[in-house]
Write a protein that binds this ligand. Sequence first.
Ligand SMILES: C[S@@+](CC[C@H](N)C(=O)[O-])C[C@H]1O[C@@H](n2cnc3c(N)ncnc32)[C@H](O)[C@@H]1O
Length: 404
Amino acid sequence: MKPTITLPPFPDSIENWWWNATKEKWPDWEEEKLLNSLRQEIVAQSDRFNKDRSFEAGSYGSRDLSIFAYGNFYFSRTWMAMNYAVAETLSFCNWSAPRKGPIRILDLGSGTGASGLATLHLLRNFGIKNPIELTAWDYSGKSLSFLKNLQRGCSELWPESRVVTNRYDLRSFANHDQKQKFDLVLMGYSFNEILQDQEICDRDLWLLECCQLLKRSGFLIITEPAEMKICKNLQESASMLNKRNKSLHIHAPYLNGLHCPMAEKESKFFSHEVRRYRPVKTVEILNRPLRLEIREVKFGLSILSPTFPNHEVSGFRTFRIISPIKKRKGTISFLGMGSDGQEYLYEFQRRGLLKEEMNNLLFLERGDIMHLEGGEIKEEKKRVRLNSIGSLRGAFVPRIGVSI
Ligand SMILES: C[S@@+](CC[C@H](N)C(=O)[O-])C[C@H]1O[C@@H](n2cnc3c(N)ncnc32)[C@H](O)[C@@H]1O
């Protein structure tokens, strides 16, 4: 199976920028002391993201050590998650850059810029030449100044781009008198923090305000941590948004503008992607004694736009993989969400498969969008049994390329 799109790996120059800036901040500290201080902070942040879940301006955006811990450890991962999401917007949801003039991108809860800068880098990597203006909003002024320094320090990665930052508490964003419209509005792992403790209706209203910032051809792209409640909240809000505002369409994670059915019922799987990932060296080193999960990039996703999604009624034949790929004695199987919004089990009999075909199936990841072409394929009670992979095609199968 070949990827349908190759994503650039996380740039070495950014990894080096974070590590060098950290060493420069504490020039007298031995490397081990520096690593251990960062590790302590990484554990505190991991607890904050996963357990305590209390966020305010001073949480982790006001101290240098917190920012360096995030930069050296988490930055490359939220960067990669946004890479997948923007790649889908470009290659599967058919977003295209304006024919002339600048591309305007707004990054809400930008922090030090992982999501916004990842988007600049990806657009340049795909050969998009328009000038780009990235507007970044966050309530951490310190994070925003890191973003600017990083953008300047690695300017070769995003030629002809400009960054404008503004310090805002985005909770009161609904009162904002923003007139400018954007081609892409991003929220990388920030929606859950900004709207923490808000009532569902306030969350939905807030999101509606965000969508007012989109051009008619614009896209709102949200990535979130792959945690059940957070992903469910996101999918509920996206569904609500689409119900209230019929001219705003859901492009992902499901097809044909359909809502995530898992948000409405108790499903074993909740909407998120799990991508294999080879962490950068600094992350490996920091993680040695911590043993956090670093070999996967997991994230929840929503992509919304005033434009119409591709509409192809093909039931179980076009689907997104929503479970791990299971290799059993007699079968290789996974669950997929069909383009009709139904959940199907896809089951391949191993006895009919060559080794290479089995490897092709095991190469698939949760989040890939696939299509079963032509031929007679039987579906019975939401179960699709196959003896070969001859008819299986990738519709969106992104993989990270190798560094040169
Ligand atoms: C997990 S970080 C994500 C940073 C970045 N988007 C990324 O992709 O790595 C969440 C960001 O949301 C910001 N944030 C949280 N609540 C906020 C609020 N009420 N107003 C503005 N920014 C907020 C935090 O300062 C932090 O930078």
